[in-house]
Unconditional design. Structure first.
Length: 164
């Protein structure tokens, strides 16, 4: 199923994507989890029901797990994984692969932006998520890298940013 078909099936009009660093400082993790949950519930109460995560380690994983947890309280919420390529986890640790595959199993839709790895597949995935979302929830601490690129692109496209 494509994202267009998914959107039509569930009559979806509001979507939020996530972007954040792969490494989260341990002293920030607890507060980040609380803030992420509160902001997600705020968006759900505003009518956002589809959340798009990129499947990367770190913030993407935390965001996807939080959406899945909130599905217990809000069963109408949907998680879409927009993955850069099929072998994204090829060089990950076994423990991380297990978590990733569990998120994939529980996601409502898994979409591969590219079949195989390319030097630009991560950026293509980020562009895809931002273009499909009205909101971009981000964990941005550095003015470089993929998260910075994605947040800058979201701003240029007039997306509503939610900075954690």
């Amino acid at each position: 199923m494509t994202l267009n078909q998914f959107q039509t099936k569930y009559k979806i009009t509001e979507r939020c994507c996530f972007s954040g660093h792969r490494i989260i400082a341990s002293d920030e993790l607890f507060l980040l989890k609380d803030r992420l949950t509160a902001e997600l519930e705020n968006l759900i109460n505003r009518g956002v029901v589809v959340f798009i995560a990129g499947g990367a380690l770190g913030f993407d994983t935390l965001a996807a797990q939080t959406v899945l947890k909130l599905k217990g309280k809000y069963p109408f919420v949907r998680l879409v994984l927009a993955l850069p390529c099929k072998e994204q986890d090829a060089h990950w640790k076994d423990k991380d692969k297990e978590v990733y595959r569990e998120i994939m199993r529980r996601a409502d839709l898994v979409h591969y932006v590219n079949e195989g790895y390319t030097p630009s597949c991560m950026r293509s995935r980020n562009d895809y998520m931002v273009e499909w979302a009205e909101y971009c929830m981000c964990y941005l601490r550095y003015d470089n890298g993929g998260t910075y690129y994605t947040v800058t692109r979201a701003k240029r496209l007039g997306k509503e940013l939610i900075r954690l």
